[in-house]
Design a protein around this ligand. Structure first.
Ligand SMILES: Nc1ncnc2c1ncn2[C@@H]1O[C@H](COP(=O)(O)OP(=O)(O)OP(=O)(O)O)[C@@H](O)[C@H]1O
Ligand SMILES: [Mg+2]
Length: 255
């Protein structure tokens, strides 16, 4: 059974003024097997964050269905939603969503506090992650005292510290220099090899070339998919690059 099955998702937004509708998702269907590492690419405004928010149960589609391990998650109740988010899901928000009144460390601990873990366990989980992604020195700082790249790394630590079955990451390397990006991508590859499923939205071909499959979204639909198969990262990079050329036909911002 697939871990996630998305069927004919459609999302219309009604704007605050005048009720003009924006079609963020037109018709999206795909499935994800447990253990996959998926990158999602597409132009700005093509619906990537909308899709992740629906998968994270933060937003509801206008129509269509999402199944997680066979269970229809669009129709589950608030309590089940909270339990799913707490126990199965790690979400790296595009805007980080750190709490300004909490230190970086307490922000990262938050999901563990919510699931009742003791302090010693939280510390021992944080240590290797903080070392790996280079945030040991800022753990006592507050979000407003650190850089965008440091906030992004804290948001990633918070999403992975619970060892969630599914990680949704919205441009997790968007604010990072190439050294920090490489550290994050290494961490994701390691996490994925240990069996966790990752869905990562990215504008970076270099980041996407770490994935086992890349989905390309255009006009609210899946435009194309690239499967890694036997390709190494360099070959994958070329294939993604070629597909983006087709997708944008004229060129839009990609790194
Ligand atoms: N809450 C909202 N209300 C109205 N329209 C919205 C809302 N959220 C997103 N949209 C619109 O839906 C479309 C898709 O937005 P979305 O944020 O999913 O794009 P994206 O692919 O994540 O873009 P980016 O790469 O810039 O992050 C855009 O046209 C956007 O303006
Ligand atoms: Mg987005």
């Amino acid at each position: 059974m697939a871990l996630i099955e998305v069927k004919s998702l459609k999302k219309l937004y009604t704007t605050r003024f005048g009720g003009i509708k924006v079609q963020a998702l037109a018709d999206i269907s795909f499935s994800v097997e447990a253990g996959e590492y998926i990158a999602i690419m597409g132009e700005s405004g093509s619906g990537k964050t909308t899709l992740l928010n629906i998968l994270a149960l933060l937003d509801k589609p206008t129509s269509g269905e999402v199944f997680m391990e066979g269970k229809n998650i669009i129709s589950i109740n608030e309590r089940e939603i909270a339990a799913f988010r707490r126990s199965q899901l790690g979400y790296v928000f595009q805007e980080f969503n750190l709490l300004d009144t909490f230190s970086i460390k307490d922000n990262i601990f938050l999901p563990l506090v919510l699931s009742g873990k003791d302090y010693k366990e939280m510390e021992s989980r944080l240590e290797p992650i903080a070392a790996k992604i280079g945030i040991k020195d800022i753990l006592e700082e507050y979000p407003y005292e650190v850089s965008g790249g440091q906030k992004q790394r804290a948001a990633i630590a918070r999403a992975v510290i619970t060892n969630p079955k599914l990680i949704l990451a919205d441009e997790p390397t968007g604010s990072l220099d190439s050294k920090s990006s490489t550290e994050i991508l290494d961490l994701f590859s390691k996490i994925n090899k240990s069996g966790q499923t990752i869905i990562m939205v990215t504008h970076s071909i270099a980041a996407a070339s770490h994935a086992s499959r890349v989905l390309f979204i255009k006009d609210g639909k899946i435009f194309n998919q690239v499967y890694r198969g036997a390709m190494n990262n360099n070959k994958m990079y070329e294939r993604i690059s070629d597909t983006l050329t087709l997708l944008t036909a004229g060129g839009v911002e990609v790194e």
